[in-house]
Structure formats: structure tokens, C-alpha cells
Ligand binder design. Structure first.
Ligand SMILES: [Zn+2]
Ligand SMILES: [Zn+2]
Length: 301
């Protein structure tokens, strides 16, 4: 399958795509944020400070902390007026050039997202559930590659950390959106770090390779469990994963597969009910932590 990461060359690299520092409203300076993620075993990090006039439109430069064992992607959380409920857009852009032009006062969210994508960035709809981003808003953000389907900070801020519903609505209407989980860490008093990440499959630990893999959907998201393999052969989908209490397959509408048990490490489901559309895998471990595949489009070979 073209958009499955598991048979791509290389290995998985663990990273966080949404993080803040003292360049905006985070509590730790950039070098301490990078060091903290590196110490926790991450392979890469994107610092995505709020790209607003108040903070001087920062593209936080983390390039000096790249080496053979750890790398960074340049990024920002972009803001512009206004989503349907009247609040500013929150748009994560990873892979921005260091000289990305300041947001113009009359630049709309969709125009800003398009400019970020045109500059080479992987663009995500940040924490939709947290601020009531509507389906109309999401459909209008045509340049976005992905929906941020889990945000740890939002989970501990207003209890609305998960945004799969919006992604599934976009997918049900035929939009081929990707999906990623992130911390949105600010290192405040609430738990907001090392809790939700992406595992990106790339040939090398290299910013360009990671960015290409993100855009190609060669990654999965996790709060803990590992996805070892997903294969589709004929009308059978097989999952191999770290020990789980539940393995689910879901897609457009109510068709599904479910396997519940102790220490599950594999599952096999028929895919006929999803033909012509998408399906996706969710793995839940005994502690309730989840891993999520990207949507899998069964017509892609
Ligand atoms: Zn935000
Ligand atoms: Zn944020």
C-alpha cells in the first residue's frame, strides 16, 4: 500500500511535531526543550512557537542542535482570523523556511496555510476539538495535509484532546487527510510533554527525509503502543503490534473489526466493507494508551 510506512526503507524515528518554548508562551528556552526531548529518547523535534506579532513572528532556529543522533524541523503555529466560532486559526506548519514572511493583517487562515504548504511545510489543523473547529472550517483549509487527532495539552486543558471525529468526517466526504498526534508542550504545571508522538519511517535521520515521509503519510501516531506492521493482501488486513488489550479497524460509517483480549500482538480483519474507501487501525494497550495508523486507502497500490 502506497501510504503504509512499514515496508518503506529505513526505520522509524520518533518525534514531536507541536511544541512551544520561551520564544512564545512556553516556559523553557529552546535549548532546554530540545535537550528534554532528546533525553527522553526522541529522534527529532519541531519547535512550533506562536507566529504572531506579539512574539515577533518567531521561526525558532533549532538547527544548531542537529547532529548524527538527533535532528530538528523548523516550524511554527500559525494564526489568522477567524474560524466559524470567531476565534483565530491555529495551524501547525513543520518544515518552514527560517525566513518565512510575517503574516499580513488581512491574511486568512486558508491563505496562510496555502503559503506555508507552498514554502515546503507539512501543514496540520491543530487541536480541532479543543476550540470547536467546524467541518466547514476544516473543508476550507484546503492546503492542510493532516488533522492533529490527539493533543496532550488540550486533553489536560479542557478535556478535548482527541479530534478523530473531525478527521473521520473529512474522510467520509472523500478528503484524503492524514492524521498525527502531538504534545503541544509548553512545560507548564499541567502534564503536557512526552505523551503523544509520531513514528516516522525514513531512510535517514534527516530533516528533508522526515518531511517527505510526513507528507507521504509514512508515519503513525502513538501514546505508547507500537505498530510493528500493517499489511493488506486481497481483502485481508493484518496488524502486528506491541501487547494490546484491543485492536480495532474502522472507516467510513459503522463497518468495523474488533479484537479484544490480553496481550494481543496481532489481528486479521476482512476489508470488504471498506472497499472503495478508507480504513484505519487503532491499538489500545492495557493502560488505555493508544496508537493510531494513518487512514489507509484501499484503492492505493
Ligand atoms: Zn494552538
Ligand atoms: Zn500550540
Amino acid at each position: 500500500m502506497r501510504n503504509l510506512p512499514f515496508n518503506q526503507p529505513g526505520r522509524f524515528y520518533r518525534g514531536n511535531l507541536h511544541t512551544h518554548s520561551t520564544r512564545s508562551d512556553g516556559k523553557l528556552p529552546p535549548e532546554e526543550v530540545v535537550a528534554a526531548y532528546r533525553a527522553r529518547g526522541y529522534d527529532f523535534l519541531a519547535l512550533t512557537d506562536h507566529f504572531t506579532e506579539r512574539f515577533g513572528f518567531p521561526i525558532t532556529d533549532t538547527r544548531q542542535w542537529r547532529d548524527d543522533g538527533f535532528t530538528t524541523l523548523l516550524g511554527a503555529e500559525l494564526h489568522a482570523p477567524a474560524i466559524e466560532v470567531g476565534e483565530p486559526w491555529h495551524i501547525v506548519a513543520v518544515g518552514l523556511p527560517p525566513d518565512f514572511a510575517h503574516t499580513a493583517p488581512d491574511e486568512t487562515g486558508p491563505a496562510l496555510a496555502a503559503r506555508a504548504a507552498a514554502s515546503g511545510a507539512f501543514v496540520g489543523m491543530a487541536h480541532p476539538a479543543w476550540y470547536s473547529l467546524t467541518l466547514d472550517d476544516a473543508e476550507g483549509l484546503a492546503a492542510a495535509h493532516a488533522v492533529e487527532i490527539y493533543n496532550e495539552t488540550c486533553a489536560n486543558d479542557n478535556g478535548r484532546g482527541e479530534s478523530w471525529h473531525l478527521a473521520d468526517m473529512l474522510l467520509a466526504r472523500g478528503r484524503r487527510t492524514l492524521a498525527y498526534a502531538a504534545d503541544d508542550a509548553h512545560f507548564t504545571a499541567r502534564p503536557d510533554s512526552f505523551a503523544a508522538w509520531v513514528q516516522v519511517r525514513a531512510a535517514h535521520l534527516d530533516p528533508a527525509a522526515l518531511l517527505a515521509a510526513l507528507k507521504a503519510g509514512h508515519f503513525y501516531s502513538s501514546q505508547g503502543p507500537e505498530l510493528h506492521d500493517i499489511t493488506v493482501e486481497g481483502d485481508r488486513l493484518r496488524v502486528a503490534c506491541s501487547p494490546a488489550a484491543a485492536i480495532f479497524l474502522s472507516g467510513r460509517g459503522s463497518p468495523h473489526g474488533a479484537l479484544l483480549g490480553d496481550g494481543l500482538t496481532e489481528a486479521e480483519f476482512p476489508t470488504g466493507a471498506f472497499s472503495g474507501g478508507y480504513c484505519r487501525v487503532t491499538v489500545v494497550d492495557a493502560a488505555g494508551k493508544r496508537a493510531w495508523s494513518n487512514p489507509i486507502w484501499l484503492d492505493e497500490r
